[in-house]
Design a protein around this ligand. Structure first.
Ligand code: NI
Ligand code: MN
Length: 225
């Protein structure tokens, strides 16, 4: 499976022959100025919550690509009104898409659109198909129900925030990885703003000391997992 990092919490994952894009925030990210959002391919756009640092480029990319937006009911309602293709979900539900099954999970965070409109609850996702199962937590605190994700879905790796202040930091992410039963953590939600700047070396040392395999992706990088 190929994964491309576009900064903040935005990843493109090629799975089952489809491109699924998570939480596009690119044009407002100074660290991602090399990325041309008009060149991004997407069949589906998964949105964990409505905050601008997860949704800024949704409209543009969905218009360019015709991608279907997957999100909680309130997010679906927002983008449907703009004439975009959507698939509504809510926490705890699952749906078999052509690339695999999506399960919408709980996340401990807030969610509002940039104008203050209610964005529903913040969420995370589990994606599973015959070959792969992974967890994308969205913005969240550590919470003990992550153990249920491990027990029920047995993911092989997880996208987890490591930037602290607004979400988990590295230490909580390591505990989260234990809760969901993965060794491999792909870090997200770091460095974009001063509040979430991290020391990469320190994070890597803490991870290896705790026998976690932390990947701190570079913007624009594509890697296989
Ligand atoms: Ni947020
Ligand atoms: Mn965020």
């Amino acid at each position: 499976m190929q994964i491309t990092y576009y900064g903040q919490s935005c990843f493109k994952v090629n799975i089952g022959g489809f491109n699924i894009l998570f939480d596009p925030f690119i044009s407002g990210n100074d660290l991602a100025s090399e990325i041309d959002i008009n060149a991004i391919e997407a069949d589906y756009i998964l949105l964990s919550h409505a905050h601008q640092d997860h949704t800024l480029d949704v409209e543009q990319i969905a218009k360019n690509t015709g991608a279907t937006i997957i999100g909680i009911w309130e997010i679906h309602a927002w983008y449907e009104k703009l004439g975009l293709k959507t698939h509504p979900m809510n926490i705890g539900g699952k749906w078999p898409f052509e690339f695999g099954t999506v399960i919408m999970t709980h996340a401990v965070h807030s969610s509002s659109f940039p104008d203050g409109s209610y964005g529903g609850q913040a969420a995370g996702f589990i994606i599973e198909n015959d070959e792969h199962t992974f967890y994308y937590s969205g913005d969240t605190a550590l919470f003990s129900d992550m153990k249920l994700i491990g027990e029920m879905h047995k993911p092989s790796f997880a996208f987890l925030p490591i930037g602290d202040n607004f979400t988990m930091g590295i230490k909580e992410a390591i505990m989260a990885s234990r809760f969901v039963g993965v060794k491999k953590i792909i870090g997200m939600h770091f460095d974009t703003f001063p509040y979430i700047q991290i020391d990469h070396q320190e994070a890597l040392v803490i991870a290896s000391f705790n026998e976690a395999e932390l990947i701190i992706p570079t913007i624009g990088e594509t890697f296989s997992i």
